[in-house]
Ligand binder design. Structure first.
Ligand code: PLP
Length: 364
Protein backbone atom coordinates (compact mmCIF):
# COMPACT_ATOMS: atom_id res chain seq x y z
CA UNK A 1 0.00 0.00 0.00
CA UNK A 2 1.42 3.38 -0.97
CA UNK A 3 1.00 6.77 0.66
CA UNK A 4 -2.18 7.63 -1.14
CA UNK A 5 -4.14 4.71 0.32
CA UNK A 6 -4.13 6.56 3.68
CA UNK A 7 -5.82 9.50 2.01
CA UNK A 8 -8.64 7.40 0.61
CA UNK A 9 -12.00 7.38 2.42
CA UNK A 10 -12.06 4.17 4.51
CA UNK A 11 -15.27 2.86 2.98
CA UNK A 12 -13.91 3.23 -0.55
CA UNK A 13 -10.82 1.35 0.60
CA UNK A 14 -13.05 -1.64 1.35
CA UNK A 15 -15.03 -1.42 -1.88
CA UNK A 16 -14.39 -3.78 -4.76
CA UNK A 17 -13.92 -2.16 -8.17
CA UNK A 18 -16.09 -3.37 -11.01
CA UNK A 19 -13.70 -5.37 -13.14
CA UNK A 20 -14.68 -7.87 -15.77
CA UNK A 21 -13.10 -11.27 -15.27
CA UNK A 22 -10.51 -12.62 -17.70
CA UNK A 23 -13.25 -14.97 -18.89
CA UNK A 24 -15.54 -12.04 -19.82
CA UNK A 25 -12.72 -10.17 -21.55
CA UNK A 26 -12.07 -13.22 -23.67
CA UNK A 27 -15.74 -13.39 -24.61
CA UNK A 28 -15.68 -9.73 -25.62
CA UNK A 29 -12.58 -10.24 -27.74
CA UNK A 30 -14.29 -13.12 -29.51
CA UNK A 31 -17.68 -11.40 -29.51
CA UNK A 32 -18.72 -12.01 -33.14
CA UNK A 33 -18.54 -15.76 -32.55
CA UNK A 34 -21.40 -15.72 -30.03
CA UNK A 35 -25.15 -15.37 -29.92
CA UNK A 36 -25.38 -12.91 -27.03
CA UNK A 37 -28.32 -13.75 -24.81
CA UNK A 38 -26.64 -12.87 -21.52
CA UNK A 39 -26.99 -9.09 -21.14
CA UNK A 40 -30.58 -8.25 -22.20
CA UNK A 41 -29.35 -6.27 -25.20
CA UNK A 42 -31.51 -5.65 -28.27
CA UNK A 43 -30.94 -8.27 -30.99
CA UNK A 44 -31.94 -5.88 -33.81
CA UNK A 45 -29.37 -3.10 -33.22
CA UNK A 46 -30.32 0.59 -33.25
CA UNK A 47 -32.82 1.94 -35.78
CA UNK A 48 -31.46 3.09 -39.17
CA UNK A 49 -32.81 6.59 -38.43
CA UNK A 50 -30.78 6.70 -35.22
CA UNK A 51 -27.66 5.64 -37.13
CA UNK A 52 -28.25 8.48 -39.57
CA UNK A 53 -28.79 10.98 -36.76
CA UNK A 54 -25.42 10.02 -35.28
CA UNK A 55 -23.71 10.47 -38.64
CA UNK A 56 -25.43 13.86 -39.07
CA UNK A 57 -24.27 14.95 -35.60
CA UNK A 58 -20.61 13.99 -36.18
CA UNK A 59 -19.50 17.32 -37.73
CA UNK A 60 -20.37 19.02 -34.43
CA UNK A 61 -18.86 16.35 -32.17
CA UNK A 62 -16.11 18.79 -31.15
CA UNK A 63 -18.69 21.12 -29.52
CA UNK A 64 -20.00 20.67 -25.99
CA UNK A 65 -23.56 19.41 -25.80
CA UNK A 66 -26.42 21.77 -24.88
CA UNK A 67 -26.28 21.31 -21.10
CA UNK A 68 -30.03 21.91 -20.77
CA UNK A 69 -30.60 19.04 -23.23
CA UNK A 70 -33.62 20.99 -24.48
CA UNK A 71 -34.34 18.83 -27.54
CA UNK A 72 -34.00 15.52 -25.70
CA UNK A 73 -36.18 16.71 -22.83
CA UNK A 74 -38.89 18.04 -25.17
CA UNK A 75 -38.97 14.71 -26.97
CA UNK A 76 -39.03 12.84 -23.66
CA UNK A 77 -41.80 15.08 -22.34
CA UNK A 78 -43.91 14.03 -25.31
CA UNK A 79 -42.98 10.36 -24.82
CA UNK A 80 -43.58 10.23 -21.06
CA UNK A 81 -46.28 12.85 -20.50
CA UNK A 82 -44.09 14.62 -17.90
CA UNK A 83 -42.64 18.09 -18.56
CA UNK A 84 -38.95 18.86 -18.23
CA UNK A 85 -39.21 19.92 -14.57
CA UNK A 86 -39.80 16.24 -13.82
CA UNK A 87 -37.04 14.87 -16.06
CA UNK A 88 -33.35 14.21 -15.41
CA UNK A 89 -30.84 12.61 -17.79
CA UNK A 90 -27.84 10.43 -17.02
CA UNK A 91 -25.17 8.40 -18.75
CA UNK A 92 -27.20 5.23 -18.24
CA UNK A 93 -29.95 4.74 -15.68
CA UNK A 94 -27.64 3.09 -13.16
CA UNK A 95 -26.11 6.54 -12.58
CA UNK A 96 -29.23 7.80 -10.82
CA UNK A 97 -28.44 5.55 -7.91
CA UNK A 98 -25.00 7.15 -7.69
CA UNK A 99 -26.77 10.53 -7.61
CA UNK A 100 -29.09 9.44 -4.81
CA UNK A 101 -26.22 7.92 -2.85
CA UNK A 102 -24.13 11.10 -3.16
CA UNK A 103 -27.07 13.30 -2.25
CA UNK A 104 -28.83 11.35 0.49
CA UNK A 105 -26.65 8.61 2.01
CA UNK A 106 -24.16 9.36 4.77
CA UNK A 107 -21.86 6.66 6.14
CA UNK A 108 -24.03 4.49 8.39
CA UNK A 109 -27.28 5.19 6.51
CA UNK A 110 -28.88 2.31 4.68
CA UNK A 111 -30.61 1.41 1.47
CA UNK A 112 -33.27 -1.29 1.47
CA UNK A 113 -33.32 -3.84 -1.34
CA UNK A 114 -35.96 -6.45 -2.13
CA UNK A 115 -34.06 -9.35 -3.71
CA UNK A 116 -34.06 -11.06 -6.13
CA UNK A 117 -33.01 -7.84 -7.81
CA UNK A 118 -30.34 -6.00 -9.79
CA UNK A 119 -26.94 -6.43 -8.11
CA UNK A 120 -24.92 -3.38 -9.26
CA UNK A 121 -26.96 -1.05 -7.03
CA UNK A 122 -25.59 -2.81 -3.96
CA UNK A 123 -22.01 -2.65 -5.20
CA UNK A 124 -22.31 1.10 -5.90
CA UNK A 125 -23.37 1.74 -2.29
CA UNK A 126 -19.70 1.58 -1.34
CA UNK A 127 -19.16 5.06 -2.85
CA UNK A 128 -20.90 6.68 0.12
CA UNK A 129 -20.31 4.22 2.96
CA UNK A 130 -23.95 3.18 3.03
CA UNK A 131 -25.18 -0.19 4.21
CA UNK A 132 -27.47 -2.58 2.39
CA UNK A 133 -30.57 -3.96 4.10
CA UNK A 134 -32.69 -6.71 2.65
CA UNK A 135 -36.35 -7.72 2.67
CA UNK A 136 -36.12 -10.75 0.39
CA UNK A 137 -38.99 -12.30 -1.51
CA UNK A 138 -39.03 -15.95 -0.43
CA UNK A 139 -38.41 -18.97 -2.68
CA UNK A 140 -39.75 -20.89 -4.48
CA UNK A 141 -42.22 -18.35 -5.95
CA UNK A 142 -40.61 -15.08 -4.82
CA UNK A 143 -43.96 -13.40 -4.23
CA UNK A 144 -44.01 -9.75 -3.12
CA UNK A 145 -44.51 -9.08 0.58
CA UNK A 146 -44.61 -5.36 1.25
CA UNK A 147 -45.56 -5.75 4.93
CA UNK A 148 -42.17 -7.38 5.38
CA UNK A 149 -40.45 -4.59 3.42
CA UNK A 150 -42.15 -1.89 5.53
CA UNK A 151 -41.17 -3.74 8.73
CA UNK A 152 -37.55 -3.78 7.56
CA UNK A 153 -37.39 0.05 7.45
CA UNK A 154 -35.30 1.51 10.30
CA UNK A 155 -34.43 5.13 11.20
CA UNK A 156 -31.23 4.64 9.13
CA UNK A 157 -33.15 3.64 5.97
CA UNK A 158 -33.08 6.53 3.51
CA UNK A 159 -33.83 4.82 0.20
CA UNK A 160 -35.62 1.68 -0.97
CA UNK A 161 -34.94 0.29 -4.43
CA UNK A 162 -37.60 -1.69 -6.29
CA UNK A 163 -37.04 -3.15 -9.75
CA UNK A 164 -40.25 -3.37 -11.83
CA UNK A 165 -40.55 -5.31 -14.04
CA UNK A 166 -38.08 -7.19 -11.97
CA UNK A 167 -34.64 -8.30 -13.04
CA UNK A 168 -34.27 -11.28 -12.74
CA UNK A 169 -37.81 -12.54 -11.90
CA UNK A 170 -39.57 -10.71 -14.75
CA UNK A 171 -42.73 -9.63 -12.86
CA UNK A 172 -44.14 -6.18 -12.01
CA UNK A 173 -44.54 -4.67 -8.56
CA UNK A 174 -48.17 -4.39 -7.39
CA UNK A 175 -49.18 -0.74 -6.97
CA UNK A 176 -50.81 -1.20 -3.55
CA UNK A 177 -47.56 -2.63 -2.16
CA UNK A 178 -45.50 0.20 -3.55
CA UNK A 179 -47.84 2.75 -1.97
CA UNK A 180 -47.09 1.20 1.44
CA UNK A 181 -43.44 2.17 0.92
CA UNK A 182 -44.24 5.57 -0.58
CA UNK A 183 -46.23 6.50 2.53
CA UNK A 184 -43.03 6.30 4.62
CA UNK A 185 -40.45 9.10 4.95
CA UNK A 186 -37.95 7.55 2.58
CA UNK A 187 -37.04 7.85 -1.08
CA UNK A 188 -38.49 5.13 -3.27
CA UNK A 189 -36.71 4.20 -6.51
CA UNK A 190 -38.66 2.21 -9.07
CA UNK A 191 -36.31 0.96 -11.76
CA UNK A 192 -38.39 0.57 -14.93
CA UNK A 193 -35.50 -0.36 -17.24
CA UNK A 194 -37.78 -2.87 -19.00
CA UNK A 195 -40.92 -0.69 -18.99
CA UNK A 196 -41.57 -0.89 -22.74
CA UNK A 197 -41.93 -4.68 -22.61
CA UNK A 198 -44.41 -4.65 -19.71
CA UNK A 199 -48.18 -4.28 -19.52
CA UNK A 200 -48.11 -1.72 -16.71
CA UNK A 201 -46.09 1.16 -15.24
CA UNK A 202 -46.07 2.91 -11.89
CA UNK A 203 -45.02 6.28 -13.30
CA UNK A 204 -48.42 7.96 -12.68
CA UNK A 205 -47.60 7.82 -8.95
CA UNK A 206 -44.93 10.49 -9.51
CA UNK A 207 -47.82 13.01 -9.68
CA UNK A 208 -48.85 12.13 -6.13
CA UNK A 209 -45.62 11.22 -4.32
CA UNK A 210 -42.67 13.65 -4.23
CA UNK A 211 -40.45 10.90 -2.78
CA UNK A 212 -40.78 8.63 -5.85
CA UNK A 213 -38.18 8.42 -8.59
CA UNK A 214 -38.82 6.23 -11.63
CA UNK A 215 -35.66 5.42 -13.59
CA UNK A 216 -35.66 4.19 -17.17
CA UNK A 217 -33.07 3.40 -19.80
CA UNK A 218 -32.62 3.64 -23.57
CA UNK A 219 -30.33 0.58 -23.32
CA UNK A 220 -33.10 -1.96 -23.81
CA UNK A 221 -35.94 -1.03 -26.16
CA UNK A 222 -33.90 1.56 -28.12
CA UNK A 223 -30.71 -0.54 -28.22
CA UNK A 224 -28.52 2.17 -26.60
CA UNK A 225 -26.57 -0.17 -24.28
CA UNK A 226 -23.33 1.04 -25.86
CA UNK A 227 -24.43 4.64 -26.48
CA UNK A 228 -25.53 5.02 -22.82
CA UNK A 229 -28.62 7.02 -21.86
CA UNK A 230 -30.95 6.87 -18.89
CA UNK A 231 -33.68 9.21 -17.68
CA UNK A 232 -35.53 9.67 -14.43
CA UNK A 233 -39.09 10.88 -13.90
CA UNK A 234 -39.57 12.39 -10.47
CA UNK A 235 -40.86 15.38 -8.52
CA UNK A 236 -39.40 18.76 -9.49
CA UNK A 237 -37.60 19.01 -6.11
CA UNK A 238 -35.95 15.64 -6.43
CA UNK A 239 -35.11 16.40 -10.07
CA UNK A 240 -33.30 19.55 -8.90
CA UNK A 241 -31.37 17.72 -6.18
CA UNK A 242 -30.32 15.04 -8.64
CA UNK A 243 -29.17 17.64 -11.17
CA UNK A 244 -26.98 19.17 -8.47
CA UNK A 245 -25.07 15.97 -7.83
CA UNK A 246 -24.95 14.47 -11.32
CA UNK A 247 -22.52 15.71 -13.93
CA UNK A 248 -23.48 18.86 -15.88
CA UNK A 249 -22.75 17.10 -19.19
CA UNK A 250 -24.18 13.67 -18.38
CA UNK A 251 -24.92 12.77 -22.02
CA UNK A 252 -22.60 13.18 -24.99
CA UNK A 253 -23.63 15.09 -28.09
CA UNK A 254 -23.97 12.04 -30.35
CA UNK A 255 -26.14 10.16 -27.88
CA UNK A 256 -28.34 13.24 -27.40
CA UNK A 257 -28.91 13.47 -31.17
CA UNK A 258 -29.52 9.73 -31.31
CA UNK A 259 -32.11 9.96 -28.51
CA UNK A 260 -34.17 12.60 -30.32
CA UNK A 261 -34.17 10.44 -33.46
CA UNK A 262 -35.06 7.30 -31.49
CA UNK A 263 -38.06 8.95 -29.85
CA UNK A 264 -39.27 10.24 -33.22
CA UNK A 265 -38.97 6.80 -34.84
CA UNK A 266 -42.21 5.37 -33.47
CA UNK A 267 -42.34 2.81 -36.27
CA UNK A 268 -39.11 1.18 -35.05
CA UNK A 269 -40.24 1.40 -31.43
CA UNK A 270 -43.54 -0.31 -32.23
CA UNK A 271 -41.67 -2.96 -34.23
CA UNK A 272 -39.30 -3.71 -31.35
CA UNK A 273 -42.06 -3.92 -28.75
CA UNK A 274 -44.16 -6.19 -30.95
CA UNK A 275 -41.27 -8.46 -31.98
CA UNK A 276 -39.81 -8.83 -28.49
CA UNK A 277 -43.21 -9.69 -27.03
CA UNK A 278 -43.88 -12.27 -29.76
CA UNK A 279 -40.37 -13.73 -29.48
CA UNK A 280 -40.69 -13.83 -25.69
CA UNK A 281 -43.84 -15.94 -25.99
CA UNK A 282 -41.97 -18.22 -28.41
CA UNK A 283 -39.05 -18.56 -25.99
CA UNK A 284 -41.30 -19.13 -22.96
CA UNK A 285 -43.29 -21.81 -24.77
CA UNK A 286 -40.14 -23.53 -26.01
CA UNK A 287 -38.63 -23.55 -22.51
CA UNK A 288 -41.89 -24.85 -21.00
CA UNK A 289 -41.65 -27.90 -23.25
CA UNK A 290 -38.28 -28.91 -21.76
CA UNK A 291 -38.55 -31.36 -18.89
CA UNK A 292 -36.56 -30.01 -15.92
CA UNK A 293 -36.93 -26.31 -16.73
CA UNK A 294 -39.26 -24.07 -14.73
CA UNK A 295 -39.54 -20.58 -16.16
CA UNK A 296 -40.96 -17.45 -14.59
CA UNK A 297 -43.57 -15.48 -16.62
CA UNK A 298 -41.82 -12.41 -18.00
CA UNK A 299 -42.81 -8.78 -18.60
CA UNK A 300 -39.30 -8.02 -19.87
CA UNK A 301 -36.94 -8.98 -22.71
CA UNK A 302 -35.55 -11.98 -20.84
CA UNK A 303 -36.75 -15.17 -19.18
CA UNK A 304 -35.52 -16.54 -15.85
CA UNK A 305 -35.44 -20.34 -15.79
CA UNK A 306 -34.85 -22.66 -12.87
CA UNK A 307 -33.16 -25.98 -13.66
CA UNK A 308 -35.03 -28.45 -11.51
CA UNK A 309 -33.50 -31.82 -12.48
CA UNK A 310 -31.27 -33.48 -9.89
CA UNK A 311 -27.61 -33.33 -10.89
CA UNK A 312 -28.07 -30.59 -13.51
CA UNK A 313 -26.11 -27.45 -12.71
CA UNK A 314 -26.46 -24.04 -14.29
CA UNK A 315 -22.68 -23.72 -14.69
CA UNK A 316 -22.65 -26.93 -16.69
CA UNK A 317 -25.56 -25.83 -18.90
CA UNK A 318 -24.06 -22.35 -19.38
CA UNK A 319 -20.71 -23.86 -20.37
CA UNK A 320 -22.31 -26.33 -22.79
CA UNK A 321 -24.26 -23.50 -24.42
CA UNK A 322 -21.11 -21.42 -24.68
CA UNK A 323 -19.37 -24.32 -26.39
CA UNK A 324 -22.23 -24.17 -28.91
CA UNK A 325 -21.65 -20.43 -29.38
CA UNK A 326 -24.53 -19.19 -27.19
CA UNK A 327 -24.10 -16.97 -24.14
CA UNK A 328 -26.71 -16.95 -21.36
CA UNK A 329 -26.31 -15.65 -17.79
CA UNK A 330 -25.63 -18.12 -15.00
CA UNK A 331 -27.74 -16.86 -12.07
CA UNK A 332 -27.09 -19.53 -9.49
CA UNK A 333 -26.17 -17.98 -6.14
CA UNK A 334 -26.93 -14.49 -7.44
CA UNK A 335 -29.51 -11.80 -6.74
CA UNK A 336 -31.09 -13.70 -3.82
CA UNK A 337 -32.16 -16.77 -5.80
CA UNK A 338 -32.02 -20.23 -4.26
CA UNK A 339 -31.46 -23.14 -6.63
CA UNK A 340 -29.96 -23.53 -10.09
CA UNK A 341 -30.91 -20.67 -12.43
CA UNK A 342 -30.09 -19.27 -15.84
CA UNK A 343 -31.39 -16.04 -17.40
CA UNK A 344 -31.92 -15.91 -21.15
CA UNK A 345 -32.37 -12.73 -23.18
CA UNK A 346 -35.16 -12.81 -25.78
CA UNK A 347 -33.44 -12.94 -29.16
CA UNK A 348 -34.55 -13.29 -32.75
CA UNK A 349 -36.62 -16.39 -33.50
CA UNK A 350 -33.49 -18.11 -34.90
CA UNK A 351 -31.52 -17.29 -31.75
CA UNK A 352 -34.39 -18.47 -29.55
CA UNK A 353 -34.60 -21.72 -31.52
CA UNK A 354 -30.85 -22.24 -31.03
CA UNK A 355 -30.96 -21.66 -27.28
CA UNK A 356 -34.04 -23.87 -26.77
CA UNK A 357 -32.30 -26.65 -28.71
CA UNK A 358 -29.04 -26.07 -26.81
CA UNK A 359 -30.72 -26.31 -23.38
CA UNK A 360 -32.68 -29.38 -24.41
CA UNK A 361 -29.46 -31.14 -25.44
CA UNK A 362 -27.57 -29.93 -22.36
CA UNK A 363 -30.02 -31.33 -19.81
CA UNK A 364 -31.17 -34.57 -21.42
C1 PLP B 1 -32.92 -3.58 -13.80
C2 PLP B 1 -31.87 -2.88 -14.60
N1 PLP B 1 -31.65 -1.57 -14.39
C3 PLP B 1 -30.71 -0.90 -15.09
C4 PLP B 1 -29.94 -1.54 -16.04
C5 PLP B 1 -28.87 -0.82 -16.76
O1 PLP B 1 -29.32 0.34 -17.31
P1 PLP B 1 -28.26 1.33 -17.98
O2 PLP B 1 -27.53 0.58 -19.02
O3 PLP B 1 -29.11 2.43 -18.51
O4 PLP B 1 -27.36 1.82 -16.87
C6 PLP B 1 -30.14 -2.90 -16.29
C7 PLP B 1 -29.32 -3.59 -17.30
O5 PLP B 1 -29.31 -4.76 -17.49
C8 PLP B 1 -31.13 -3.58 -15.55
O6 PLP B 1 -31.33 -4.89 -15.73
Amino acid sequence: MGKISKLLKPYIQEAKPYSPTAHLRLLYAERPKYIRLQANELPFGISPKVKQAIIDALPEAHLYPDSSYYDVKQALAKYTGFDDTHLVLANGSTQFLDGLYYGFINPGDSVLFIPPDYGPYRIRLAICGGKAQFAPRPPPDYSWNFDKAVDAITPETKVVVVVSPNNPCGDCVPEAGLRQLLDRDILVVVDEAYYEFADSTLVHLVKKYENLIVTRTFAKVFGFAGLRLGYAITSPDLATYLSKVLHHFPVNRLTAAAAVAALADTEFLDYVRREIRANRTYLEQGLDRIDGVRSFPSQTNFVLSQLTKQGISSSDVTQKLQDEGILVRDYTGKAGLEGEFIRITVGTIEQNKAVIQGITTAIT
